[in-house]
Design a protein around this ligand. Structure first.
Ligand code: GLU
Length: 486
């Protein structure tokens, strides 16, 4: 009896052991989330179609999230497949579905309310939720001022979650959520007075402020929050670990910072006041001269948006601008330059633009052949501003420092030295306000970037209609004078 039951127990143990082994074996065979993605060779990503995340321009797919996630896919040797969700609820619902996206990269706040529906990566961008109101209206300064206002936010957004939290403390607060709109629509609705207020992330405002001249920040609602990528909640950690490693690398090697600079840096340069002033001028002034810029660009084979950016830097698109130093007109030409370029009346915007275009091409042609694009364009702008001789001096100093005289990044570091005796006394052309061309080039590059976004085909709809910058359809097929971006 005893022996039999001992035998049975032993058998049971064996069976259990075999069972565990089988289980372990089957577990070992089950590929991890990362292995599955790698085996498939495709990284399926879901995002939102918006200027701050993902959109198409004349060169194809672009956007902050797109560029970052593309690098991640490239690092893993995977093909990137982008899907866009109609709204945030749909975005989260699609995560983890069979054959669905494995990753959401969509400017998402890793909020408390989302911990059930997704697992988040390390943050890659800090943003602040901001209450937005319309210039000319009374500015709300604290949460209680939101009561009685028409407030609209994205359905399922971190902002809807925040307002729901606020409503607990302020029961009279009312707000609406919509799944039919994107952040650009919310900003436009405030800009046009269709709603009183909205709540958006600071990065979205930074990106869009230049389109909406009447939009202002009322106040920050709460502390800054991190944007992060999301994966399905049930997944093992392998994909998320890989994502975090990638984001850490991007942080350390500076590529993340460069991307932030490129997409959001213009607000640092313009400031918010500058950004909405630019938006105003984009609506009110640029349309008067756009044709002239395009024509001069075509004649001289340059990008019209670069010329427009120069014109903005020079005169804020004002044809009668003059300065104490005797430069005049929309492109602020000196009398000598104007004469050399065949400009008889510097205050005639068409002539000024044509002269400026001809001159920048002429300056560019004088540069040494060793300077290649896109740096060549930045050097040309610097020479336009400070003069070719001084620029040559700065290049020599750059070389003497062991840096590359053909790289704008290096030469711009050295240029300010032309204002210090210790350095300029050793140069051929002597003193120059060397810091100026650095600002000049930086500003123009920002304006140029903004004009590039503004003239993107998919921004044509609402914003473009509002700005009157383009007649519908103009950008559907790039006109012949549009050269590839610099
Ligand atoms: N960041 C927001 C979110 O996580 C979406 C964009 C916005 O509403 O500004 O829901």
């Amino acid at each position: 009896m005893f022996a039999q039951s001992a035998f049975r127990t032993r058998c049971a143990h064996w069976l259990l052991a075999i069972g565990i082994l089988l289980l372990l074996a089957s577990c070992a065979e089950e590929p991890s989330a990362l292995e599955r993605v790698k085996a498939e060779g495709v990284l399926r990503v879901i995002t939102r179609n918006s200027p701050a995340t993902y959109f198409q321009d004349r060169n194809g797919e672009t956007g902050f999230e797109y560029e970052l996630v593309k690098r991640f896919a490239d690092d893993l040797g995977l093909e990137l497949q982008i899907e866009t969700a109609d709204n945030l609820d749909e975005l989260f619902a699609s995560l983890g579905k069979e054959q669905g996206p494995v990753l959401a990269a969509a400017g998402l706040v890793a909020s408390d309310g989302r911990q059930q529906v997704a697992r988040f990566s390390l943050p890659y961008l800090q943003v602040t939720p901001q209450i937005i109101y319309r210039d000319g209206q009374r500015r709300p300064t604290r949460p209680a001022d939101l009561i009685g206002k028409r407030i609209l936010v994205l359905k399922g957004s971190s902002h809807a979650e925040q307002l729901a939290g606020l409503k607990v403390q302020l029961p009279e607060l009312n707000y609406e959520e919509s799944a039919e709109v994107e952040v650009v629509d919310l900003l436009r609705m405030v800009d046009e007075g269709q709603i009183d207020l909205t709540l958006v992330d600071s990065n979205e405002l930074a990106m869009n402020q230049v389109y909406f001249p009447n939009v202002r920040v009322a106040f920050d609602l709460g502390d800054s929050q991190g944007l992060a990528w999301a994966v399905a909640p049930g997944e093992d950690s392998s994909l998320l670990d890989e994502i975090n490693n990638f984001l850490e690398r991007a942080q350390h090697n500076g590529s993340l910072q460069r991307l932030k600079e490129r997409y959001y840096g213009h607000v640092d340069v313009l400031g918010y006041v500058g950004a909405y002033t630019f938006a105003k001028h984009l609506q009110q002034r640029l349309p008067r001269y756009e044709k002239d810029f395009r024509q001069a660009a075509q004649t001289n084979r340059v990008d019209w948006r670069l010329l427009a950016a120069m014109g903005y830097q020079e005169s804020l698109w004002q044809p009668t601008a003059t300065s104490k130093t005797g430069v005049r007109g929309l492109m602020m030409l000196t009398l000598r330059t104007a004469q050399a370029m065949g400009v008889s009346n510097r205050l005639d915007p068409k002539q000024s633009i044509a002269g400026g275009a001809k001159y920048i091409v002429h300056v560019k042609d004088q540069l040494p052949a060793s300077i290649k694009e896109p740096d060549r364009t930045w050097f040309a702008l610097a020479a336009y501003n400070v003069g070719g001789g001084h620029l040559e001096d700065a290049r020599k100093l750059t070389e003497a420092e062991g840096l590359n005289p053909d790289k704008w990044l290096d030469v711009q570091k050295i240029l300010p030295r032309l204002a210090q005796k210790q350095w300029y006394s050793k140069t051929r052309y002597g003193y120059a306000r060397g810091g100026e061309p650095v600002h000049f080039v930086r500003n123009i590059r920002r304006y140029y970037d903004i004009l590039t976004w503004v003239t993107q085909p998919q921004l044509e709809g609402a914003q473009m209609a509002a700005s009157n910058l383009h007649t519908p359809g103009v950008n559907k097929t790039p006109p012949p004078e549009e050269l590839p971006p610099l």
